[in-house]
Design a protein around this ligand. Structure first.
Ligand SMILES: Cc1ncc(COP(=O)(O)O)c(C=O)c1O
Length: 416
């Protein structure tokens, strides 16, 4: 295996390859192959970018068909057939049937650019600069999004001050703290030193923050808090949207409609780069080109995205995700939680975390390394990286899911 080119010429900023130091060649469904022909079960899923499986046959065929026609690939934000079909399918098959109502903004094709757009628009609409975000959140690495992201390691890389955000304790952090009352006091108390925010930006389940689902009631309470105080609610569904939690949008379980929703990763169908902001019509106060970008019109991403909507509806992916989630919950409760009462298990749908933090956070890294030796790819998340994150493609076969879980159980037993 030759990794010289990477080690000699690629910036040391590279990261995931350090945990998985192989050269990868092929991928199908939930299996990835390396240059030596070795196969790995994928419990990482491109950090949520390939929910519908690597090289999903239905989606891939649509891309191949389009490529053979000399269809336009790059079109800035000009009108094209793939874009029209993406908009129509997303609106008519996904958004409207859920009783929601949104316009779509296409951003530069990364999650962080979608977050930038959403917070700019919130500030523009309200004339306020402050934003509330929750400790433990991850919203991206460009300066605006990074000012929300709470992880100090990432923030320290900014080299600039990260302003105009107030971080609120997440509801799991202090037992007995009424987080909604805390936020209300911050904006009512003329000695709080905190200005009223334009928006509350949140994940419904903090993923990088350590697989921390917020309760349905808490999501409804934030919605009510925002309504009461004329503050916008922005849900970052970049990682936990696209069926990951068992419904297309992660917030559906709470029966709420956020004012804006940011999506990326699996919205591009098969790992194709795409980011969008869904926004309530009355918030669409942009001037033309005010949030611009060259790569807001990748036609292959539109085609893959549209195909993914068709495919996920046809294949009951939401219900299947919930069913497989129960398999994971039952397995881990029986085989892992029983090993040590200090272990914690959190998650829903097909995103789960085993928290080793109450024993020793460094165990997680050991488990992940040994899992990789046994050909399972999984990552860590959370404070001090104490949480082993389980996030397979939603299409994973039951048998393969079980095999991956067996590797985690065996490795955890040995490590403990
Ligand atoms: C919740 C959340 N928001 C934003 C981002 C940033 O997305 P990107 O890496 O595409 O900029 C991520 C990436 O992991 C994420 O998980």
């Amino acid at each position: 295996m030759n990794t010289n080119a990477f080690e000699t010429y690629e910036s040391v900023v590279r990261s995931y390859c350090r945990h998985f130091p192989k050269v990868f060649t092929e991928a199908k469904g939930a299996v990835i192959k390396d240059e030596d022909g070795q196969e790995y079960i994928d419990f990482f899923c491109g950090a949520g970018a390939v929910n519908y499986g690597h090289n999903n046959s239905y989606i891939k065929q649509k891309l191949v068909d389009y490529l053979t026609t000399d269809g336009i690939i790059h079109a800035l934000d000009m009108y094209t057939v793939p874009k029209r079909e993406f908009i129509e399918t997303l609106e008519e098959k996904i958004i409207k049937p859920r009783g929601l109502n949104y316009k779509i903004q296409f951003c530069g094709p990364t999650g962080t650019n979608g977050v930038e757009a959403a917070i700019k628009l919130a500030r523009k609409n309200t004339g306020r600069s402050n934003i509330f975000a929750f400790m433990g959140c991850f919203h991206g690495m460009t300066l605006g999004a990074l000012s929300l992201t709470s992880e100090m390691y990432a923030r320290n890389g900014a080299g600039a001050s990260l302003n105009d955000v107030t971080h609120i304790p997440a509801p799991y952090m202090f037992e007995g703290l009424d987080v909604i009352a805390y936020m209300q006091t911050m904006i009512d108390d003329d000695h709080s030193a905190v200005s009223k925010p334009a928006a509350v930006v949140m994940e419904t389940l903090q993923a990088e923050g350590g697989i921390r689902p917020f309760s349905d009631q808490f999501l409804r309470d934030v919605r009510a808090f925002c309504d009461k105080n004329d503050i916008l609610m922005i849900v970052d569904d970049i990682q936990v949207g696209c069926c990951r939690c068992g419904t297309f949008f992660s917030f559906e379980r709470a029966g709420i409609q956020p004012d804006m929703v940011v999506m990326s990763k699996s919205i591009g169908g098969m790992g194709m780069p795409l980011a969008i902001v869904l926004l309530k019509e009355e918030l669409d106060k942009w001037k033309p080109g005010e949030h611009n970008g060259t790569f807001r019109g990748n036609q292959l991403s539109f085609i893959a995205g549209t195909a993914s909507f068709e495919w996920l509806l046809e294949n009951n992916v939401e219900a299947e995700t919930r069913r497989k989630g129960e398999i994971v919950r039952e397995y881990l409760t029986k085989e892992i939680l029983s090993l040590d009462s200090r272990l914690e298990l959190r998650g829903m749908g097909l995103i789960w975390g085993i928290d080793f933090g109450k024993i020793d956070a460094s165990l997680t890294e050991n488990v992940i390394e040994k899992c990789f030796e046994r050909h399972l790819i999984c990552e860590c998340a959370g404070r001090n990286g104490s949480v082993l994150k389980i996030m397979p493609p939603l299409v994973i076969e039951d048998e393969l899911l079980k095999q991956g879980l067996d590797i985690i159980a065996q490795t955890t037993k040995e490590t403990l």
